[in-house]
Structure formats: structure tokens, C-alpha cells
Write a new protein. Structure first.
Length: 317
């Protein structure tokens, strides 16, 4: 047993803990010293019972820690290894936290029979090609953006590129081009939406935090009524809080069908075609711009080798 300064009296006892094979216990009556020593003793030791010494206990050395990304990259450079974007991605973390909201079929609810969702599957495959894992956390979309802004998560998917988001997000190359927007009303509603101009003066149910083409939202007299998800948009529509629910052709139609809501709704003939693509986005607070280039390369390769098409076919049929 190591000694320092005055003689220490220790009794060790093995408890079988996999990370702490030997626990240290001390005896004594000097409670003031005991309290001062507790923070040091508790580093890597589950419990301290008592202390015996008239001298203050020296602090334990700081526990080992994982090297920073900068340290890892410096080590790669010293070994003559590549320190380009791919090496930096590998050095950054073994598992990334992706935050998203349930938005089927892009992001499915837990335990869905088809899987996590096609955009989750795309992201998982792209990161796996870079030697990275993925942990999915499902939260409301507004919280998704807040967590990325504050650096509490690494990335998200199925996001549109907007000027206000450029301040805190790096965007990959677009992996899906365009999205059609549909308009659903109650089946007993007399509304007829046959053109863009027919949206004027209507209360439109939209998902809070989602991007909608400005052309839709700037029609004269349009009122935006935000909801948490597509389910809440339909609930507001049924409660007569909105005149129309605005949904995308893929996700909106999917969820309405999955929830068995088609008999209650009437799809209007007008459909707005948008060229706004989907991206993966990474938190600037946690990722430098160069690292996202490697993810973009993986996405382009997946589109080229047919991986993306196979994943989307699994979910869309």
C-alpha cells in the first residue's frame, strides 16, 4: 500500500465490482479531515467509511480521460496518417447522437414493424461507412433545433436549408430533391382549394419549426396555426381550430393512412410542388465544416451504388 507523509492505516476489501476490483476504507475520528478528503477519495472509489490520520489526505490523481479530437488528430499526423475529413470524423466520436421527431416514413415511432424510418436508415448507413455509430433520440421538432443550436446533439435528418439555420448548422449535400405539399380538410367542409390563391384567408395547420415554402405562407390573410406533429394537425382540424392541414405528399399521406384517418379527411385537388431538398445537418457547436464533407461523400456514394434506392423501396414499396 503506498504511503505519503505520515503513516496511513488502510484496510482494503474486494467487492467484485468490474471497474473497481479493490475498494479502500479508512478509519479515524477527524471528521474535518474526512470531509476535506471526501472529494478526492470519491474519484474512482465508490465509498469511504472512515479516516485515520492527523495529516490531510493527499488528493487522488485525476482519472484518465479520452483524448480530445485535436489530440487525436495530432497523434495521427505524428504517425504520418491521413488527417483529412474522414480521419477527423473518426477521431471525433465513436457514436453520434441524432435527434429527430417522429415523421414517418422518414422517422418512424419506436418498434415500428418496418424499422426506424428510411432517413434514419440512410444516416445510419452513411455514418457506418465512416466507422461511426448512431444513437437516435426522438423529441419534438422545436427541441431538435434547440438541442443542435446548444450543442447537446450531433445531427438530424430530413431538414430544409434556411438562412436562420446556417448560423448553427452545417449541411450535407442534399439527398432528396423536392417535396409536394397537400391540403386536407374535413370531409364535411365546403372548402374547395384548386389553386394557390384559394389559400387566402384560411387557417392553415402547420408543424411548428418545420420549413414551408414562403409562397404558401405569404398568401393574403393566411393564418399559421402550429401543431406538434401531423397527428396534432388532424386533431386541430377535427376540433375546427383550423380550416386545412398542410402536409407533405409522402409523410403526410403515410401518417394519415397509418392512423386510419382517411375517412375523416378530404384531400383537396391542389398540390403545391416545391424544389426544397432534404439535408442531413450537423451542429456547428460540435462539428467543424470539413467533417461534414465526408458524410456528403458517403451519401453521394450511396446514391450511386443503389443503397439509397434499396432503403427507400423497403419503406415506400
Amino acid at each position: 500500500m503506498p504511503r505519503c507523509g505520515r503513516r496511513w492505516s488502510f484496510r482494503t476489501e474486494r467487492r467484485g465490482h468490474p471497474r473497481h476490483p479493490a475498494f479502500v476504507f479508512c478509519r479515524g475520528a477527524d471528521m474535518a479531515v474526512h470531509k476535506r478528503a471526501m472529494p478526492a477519495l470519491n474519484q474512482g472509489v465508490p465509498r469511504v467509511d472512515w479516516l485515520e490520520s492527523k495529516a490531510a489526505m493527499p488528493a487522488d490523481p485525476k482519472p484518465p480521460h479520452a483524448p480530445s479530437r485535436r489530440t487525436a488528430l495530432a497523434a495521427c499526423a505524428g504517425l504520418g496518417l491521413s488527417v483529412g475529413p474522414r480521419a477527423e470524423v473518426r477521431a471525433a466520436s465513436a457514436t453520434l447522437t441524432m435527434v429527430n421527431t417522429v415523421y414517418p416514413p422518414f422517422v418512424n415511432a419506436p418498434n415500428h414493424p418496418l424499422g426506424e424510418g428510411m432517413d434514419v436508415a440512410l444516416a445510419r448507413e452513411a455514418l457506418q461507412r465512416l466507422g461511426l455509430g448512431l444513437r437516435l433520440e426522438l423529441v419534438p421538432w422545436r427541441r431538435v433545433l434547440l438541442m443542435l443550436r446548444n450543442g447537446h446533439a450531433d445531427l438530424t435528418t430530413t431538414i430544409s436549408r434556411r438562412e436562420d439555420r446556417e448560423a448553427y448548422l452545417h449541411f450535407s449535400v442534399p439527398y432528396r430533391l423536392g417535396a409536394n405539399y397537400r391540403f386536407s380538410t374535413r370531409r364535411d367542409s365546403p372548402l374547395q382549394i384548386a389553386s394557390l390563391a384559394d389559400l387566402g384567408q384560411l387557417r392553415l395547420g402547420v408543424i411548428e419549426g418545420f420549413h414551408y415554402p414562403p409562397t404558401l405562407m405569404t398568401q393574403p390573410g393566411v393564418q399559421r396555426v402550429p401543431g406538434r406533429d401531423i397527428g396534432s394537425l388532424v386533431a386541430m382540424l377535427m376540433a375546427n381550430r383550423t380550416d386545412c392541414a398542410v402536409v407533405t405528399a409522402i409523410a403526410g399521406a403515410w401518417e394519415i393512412r397509418e392512423r386510419g384517418l382517411e375517412p375523416k379527411l378530404r384531400r383537396q385537388p391542389y398540390e403545391y410542388v416545391s424544389d426544397s431538398p432534404n439535408y442531413m445537418a450537423f451542429a456547428k457547436a460540435r462539428w467543424p465544416a470539413d467533417t461534414v464533407k465526408s458524410v456528403s461523400e458517403a451519401l453521394l456514394q450511396m446514391a450511386k451504388d443503389g443503397t439509397q434506392a434499396r432503403i427507400e423501396k423497403h419503406y415506400l414499396g
